[in-house]
Design a protein around this ligand. Structure first.
Ligand code: 4AD
Ligand code: MG
Length: 439
């Protein structure tokens, strides 16, 4: 018999079906047994009258919650049943895998252990309805991102993650043994998405792993994360990149809200707001003044950068003034930006760059890039880089490279914001941090 998904049971009233899933609840009563069985599409009640078959009833009594089961039975309409107004009258049950009892914790139990413990048992933790929904949302979001790009002439690329030289700061680099020399894990597809501009692809995107040897233990940092990157040619400034990003994000939000909005409200108690266009833009110099006027003290060592508290304070200001969850902070000082960001012709102390802050969290850094090889080399030297290791990169710009820009977005950070969650470790399939390498 073919398997029926639980969400489709209503189309099978009066028929015999086979369902497969996990035993969420077993209520073993005097005369009846009720099982709640769950698959990724929903949950259904299964009923068995013990008098029908005492031996089978005994086997059912021995079932443990979260066991993986295959059940056959007939579907009957039953308006009093809360789960979909129907139930399955059990005929057979096959135990595909009996869950040990007790489990480390019950994913559908009343109490939730600490995050760290749940991470140890992530395969069980992921069974919770919050997590199922989260990864369904992520799937919809990624599909919408790709759809928007494909509809707008973008080409998907996959760049190497084993690299010979860092593209961002040398400080956050994982070194690996590569035969008889050292190599690094990619901190960003930065150099190679720019190579695609030189290669004449004009518009590219990539979903891929990003590695950062960042020893921080914050609620928004991981040592490995999924980066969503894009790069476009023929831009006039970073404004063109921001326009592309805000349209893209609005499309993604609209799609996720259409598909999952109600369930997100139900499961996370969070209302998704599809952002209006354009997103507010605030130059960094102005942002610093705004923070000052609101009595927010930026740490002295930040020198033109902004700290997480400052990001939240700016977000509060933008919410009050523009009623918007997003804000582009633009035109950052060169001291806090990488060498490849283009500088303002009339103010070489500033870059044509931006960060996108969403609900007080940085989710993106973007910029127009310097595509003129002589200026690029000069900027690299100024930042104390040696030219020899990046010569292959500088070569990209020697034979007809158009002006271009792009951004990198952290997928899990976007999910945090979309679903109103406050720890990145809750939004990634498996967290990697300085002290976590398993499971
Ligand atoms: O801001 P970042 O470091 O920018 C770049 O990598 C540039 N190459 C992007 C560009 O095209 N100019 O990283 C991009 C985004 C951040 O805004 C943040 O969302 C996420 O990646 N991110 C992290 N997410 C989780 N854990 C970390 N340690 C992260 N570091 C950055
Ligand atoms: Mg950044």
């Amino acid at each position: 018999m073919e398997r029926t998904l639980i969400a489709d049971l209503r189309q099978h009233i009066g028929e015999e079906v086979k369902i497969q899933g996990w035993l969420q609840v077993l209520r073993d009563q005097k005369k009846m047994q009720f099982l709640v069985v769950r698959d990724t599409t929903g949950a259904a009640q299964v009923a068995f009258w013990k008098g029908n078959d005492a031996a089978l009833a005994e086997r059912i009594s021995a079932l443990t919650t979260e066991s993986a089961l295959t059940i056959t039975g007939s579907v009957v309409d039953n308006p009093v049943v809360k789960l979909g107004g129907l139930e399955i009258q059990l005929q057979t049950v096959e135990v595909n895998n009996l869950a040990e009892n007790p489990m480390p914790f019950e994913p559908y139990g009343d109490t939730l252990p600490q995050l760290d413990f749940r991470q140890d048992w992530r395969s069980i933790d992921l069974r919770r309805k919050e997590n199922l929904l989260l990864f369904q949302v992520q799937t919809t979001a990624e599909a919408a991102m790709r759809e928007f790009w494909v509809n707008n002439r973008f080409i998907e690329i996959h760049t190497p993650k084993i690299i010979s030289t860092p593209s961002e700061s040398g400080a956050e680099l994982f070194t690996i043994d590569y035969f008889d020399r050292k190599a690094y894990l990619a901190q960003s597809p930065q150099f190679y998405k720019q190579m695609a501009m030189s290669a004449g692809f004009e518009r590219v995107f990539e979903f891929g792993p990003v590695f950062r040897a960042d020893p921080s233990f914050t609620s928004r940092h991981m040592t490995e994360f999924t980066g969503v990157d894009m790069e476009i040619s023929w831009v006039e400034s970073h404004e063109d990149v921001m326009v592309m990003q805000e349209r893209w994000l609005q499309f993604v939000y609209q799609r996720v809200k259409d598909v999952h909005g109600e369930q997100i409200q139900e499961v996370f108690g969070h209302e998704m707001i599809v952002p209006s266009l354009p997103f507010p833009r605030i130059p960094m110099a102005e942002a610093v003044e705004i923070l000052k006027s609101r009595g927010y003290q930026l740490p002295a060592d930040k020198k033109g950068d902004i700290d997480p508290g400052g990001e939240r304070e700016i977000a509060a200001y933008v919410m009050e003034k523009y009623n918007h969850e997003f804000v582009f902070l633009t035109d950052w000082p060169i001291a806090v930006r990488p060498f490849y960001h283009m500088r303002h012709p009339d103010n070489p102390g500033l870059t044509r760059s931006y960060d996108l802050i969403a609900c007080g969290l940085e989710i993106t850094t973007g910029a127009q890039r310097e595509h003129r090889p002589d200026i690029l080399a000069k900027q690299a030297l100024e930042k104390g880089l040696h030219l020899e290791p990046i010569q292959f990169y500088l070569d990209f710009f020697r034979y007809g490279c158009p002006p271009h820009g792009g951004f990198g977005l952290g997928l899990s950070r976007l999910l945090m914001v979309m679903l109103g969650l406050n720890n990145i470790r809750e939004t990634v399939f498996l967290f990697r941090g300085p002290t976590r390498l398993t499971p």
